[in-house]
Design a protein around this ligand. Structure first.
Ligand code: PEP
Length: 251
């Protein structure tokens, strides 16, 4: 069976001191969480503090983006995947809708970054999701298929086996409008069918597909009860230790 992954995305919140204070409270609250993998993805600047605070614990650390080629160079403002690996990261979020919306991320750059992350030994959490207008006009599956074909399908089977997919409907991110468990389950099933078509039944059965979009302690259990939902990518509720522990300890 697939081990759930409960991953927090801190976006552009918290200082190094806030990071240490968060883990002082959070780690004891999730120390007994053997049912799930637990990760936090802080801003780059907080990764050393997060790695130090979680050393020897059951919590792993990730980044929120990485450069698309694994070389050093004159690319002001960028951080590459080998740097993240050397800093102690396990994960990297790729293609979050905020990167797509505000920073020009495309399916092609999602693919490049994912390959770079894999080559550096990081585990990519690759995000897909439709806009509200796309859902309302019945285009959800088509949009997800395009994102999947451009950003994920060109991976080799070996590369694909290392990734996690996060389905994040853009209309549910940071809005308080969580997808119902039924809507999320239907969409996760459709994504798993795309995986089966491209990579086969074993790969489809093995890949973890996380749900993201206004997950909170009081709605996580209904989502996690769905057979095709294998964890959560959590923004706002990952900023407070008690809230994220409530999500992690969903059962
Ligand atoms: C996210 O940032 O990936 C996210 C899902 O945010 P929120 O939980 O705040 O909706």
């Amino acid at each position: 069976m697939r081990t759930p992954l409960m991953a927090g995305n801190w976006k552009m919140f918290k200082t190094p001191a806030d990071t240490t204070a968060f883990f002082d409270k959070f780690l004891p609250l999730v120390a007994g969480a053997a049912h799930a993998d637990v990760a936090i993805c802080p801003p780059f600047i907080n990764i050393p503090a997060a790695v130090a605070a979680t050393s020897g614990s059951n919590v792993t650390i990730g980044a929120q983006n990485c450069y698309w080629v694994n070389k050093e160079g004159a690319f002001t403002g960028e951080v590459n995947a080998p740097m993240l690996k050397a800093a102690g990261c396990t994960w990297v979020i790729i293609g979050h809708s905020e990167r797509r919306q505000f920073f020009g991320e495309t399916d092609a750059t999602v693919l490049q970054r994912t390959v770079a992350a894999l080559e550096a030994g990081l585990k990519p959490i690759v995000c897909l999701g439709e806009l509200l207008a796309e859902r309302e006009s019945g285009q959800t599956n088509e949009v997800l298929k395009t994102q999947f074909l451009g950003g994920i399908a060109p991976l080799t089977p070996e590369q694909f086996a290392q990734i996690v997919i996060a389905y994040e409907p853009v209309w549910a991110i940071g809005t308080g409008k969580v997808a119902t468990p039924e809507i999320a389950e239907d969409t996760h099933r459709a994504i798993r069918a795309l995986v089966e078509e491209k990579f086969g039944a074993d790969a489809a059965a093995a890949v973890r597909i996380l749900y993201g979009g206004s997950v909170k302690p009081d709605n996580v259990a209904g989502l996690m009860a769905q057979p095709n939902i294998d964890g959560a990518l959590v923004g706002g509720a990952a900023l407070k230790p008690e809230d994220f522990a409530g999500v992690v300890n969903f059962k």
